[in-house]
Design a protein around this ligand. Structure first.
Ligand code: NAD
Ligand code: TYD
Length: 348
């Protein structure tokens, strides 16, 4: 595998995947293709932007002509597709944006890959990065396996489920060599502060209310983002064709417990009195169609490829908090302008 297109490489997870591949495979040519929406930020890749095996092209995956041109010129052997609209709350207010990017954008990429590979699929691979949210919600017990039926509830998860179906349809219909990964909630550096963990860290630093949806008894399984990047690297290179692999942290937290933990850790870090930040916790109107619980059974990727999380939650949260405290400029940058408007509309 020599030439790889990574879509969405300027986003949160994408930037960690780009960094991993650029550093791990100096002989590859890595092309980061990203539209630089509000969630994409080239500051995330400052440390790799001058590497000779890396290049960036600003492009929108919904623009069929531009995507075809880029694929023909670059002639990738592989595609790792992460570009997406990724925030559930935004999908509730603007569902069509999610259909455009996540469904139509994915189909454009599948077509572009199929066209340049011209049915000679030897040594080629289209890796689609998806989410555990396609499986819907769990009750108090049980885990999502690769065999769990799709049952998405939010416009975001419905658009991701639809894109997964298209990816599989291209394998079944045209023989496109595909692989899909479905991962649980990620956290770590460069996470846009619209998602739970970075939003809470940002608000704690700034003494702002900490908005917990509903009663806070919703459960998510959290994985450190670099461990996800390692899993993607492994599946991209060694996963079996047409398979899907679940990726998770074996690390379930109720939102309210997680927010309280962040408050305790940050009180120590910021030299505040114990309990000071927790006073900022504010229960707010619940998310529509809020999924109760996600939890992943990651046995398959562990057994087949030997992957397991390497970072404990304690270590991962410490690294994450330190990163945000040492990168206030990044935070100020991404929370100015459009973010303020989004925040007011979402939380007023
Ligand atoms: P993100 O929102 O941080 O980044 C998305 C990136 O895609 C941005 O750089 C953005 O500019 C780019 N993008 C958006 N629309 C585009 C378009 N039309 N054309 C080209 N680029 C476009 O998202 P993330 O959290 O890094 O998620 C990356 C992928 O991983 C997504 O496909 C998401 O569904 C999946 N995923 C995320 C999580 C999570 O916890 N964040 C968990 C499992 C799976
Ligand atoms: P989020 O980070 O948006 O990820 P996802 O919805 O994809 O799992 O949210 C994680 C959990 O935190 C989810 O149950 C919703 C909840 N939440 C809040 O309680 N308050 C908030 O301000 C946000 C953004 C999320």
């Amino acid at each position: 595998m020599k030439k790889v297109i990574i879509t969405g490489g300027a986003g949160f997870i994408g930037s960690h995947v780009v960094r991993r591949l650029v550093n791990q495979y100096p002989e590859y040519k890595i092309l980061n293709l990203d539209a630089l929406t509000y969630a994409g930020n080239l500051e995330n890749l400052k440390d790799v932007e001058n590497k000779t095996n890396y290049q960036f092209i600003k492009a929108d995956i919904t623009n069929e002509t531009h995507i075809d041109k880029i694929f023909s010129a670059f002639q990738p052997d592989g595609v790792i597709h992460l570009a997406a609209e990724s925030h559930v709350d935004r999908s509730i207010t603007s569902p069509l944006e999610f259909v455009k990017t996540n469904v139509i954008g994915t189909v454009n990429l599948l077509n572009a890959a199929k066209n340049i590979w011209k049915n000679n699929f030897k040594g080629k691979r289209f890796h689609h990065v998806s989410t555990d949210e396609v499986y819907g919600t769990l009750g108090e017990t049980g885990l999502f396996t690769e065999k769990t039926n799709y049952d998405p509830h939010s416009p975001y998860s419905a658009s991701k489920a639809s894109s997964d179906h298209f990816v599989r349809a291209y394998a079944d219909t045209y023989g496109l060599p595909i692989v899909i990964t479905n991962c649980s909630n990620n956290y770590g550096p460069n996470h846009f502060p619209e998602k739970l963990i970075p939003l809470m860290i940002h608000n704690i630093i700034n003494h702002k209310p900490l908005p917990v949806y509903g009663d806070g008894n919703y459960t998510r399984d959290w994985l450190y983002v670099e461990d996800h990047a390692v899993a993607i690297d492994l599946v991209f290179h060694q996963g079996r064709d047409k398979e899907n692999y679940n990726i998770g942290g074996f690390n379930e937290w109720k939102n309210i417990d997680l927010v309280n933990l962040l408050c305790r850790l940050m009180d120590k870090k910021l030299g505040r009195a114990e309990g000071e930040s927790a006073k900022l916790i504010t229960f707010v109107k619940d998310r529509l169609g809020h999924d109760l619980r996600y939890a992943i059974d990651a046995t398959k990727i562990n057994k087949e490829l030997g992957w397991k999380p390497s970072v404990t939650f304690e270590e991962g949260l410490a690294k994450t908090i330190n990163w945000y405290m040492n990168n206030q400029e990044w935070l100020n940058h991404v929370t100015s302008g459009e973010y303020q408007k989004y925040y007011e509309e979402q939380y007023s």
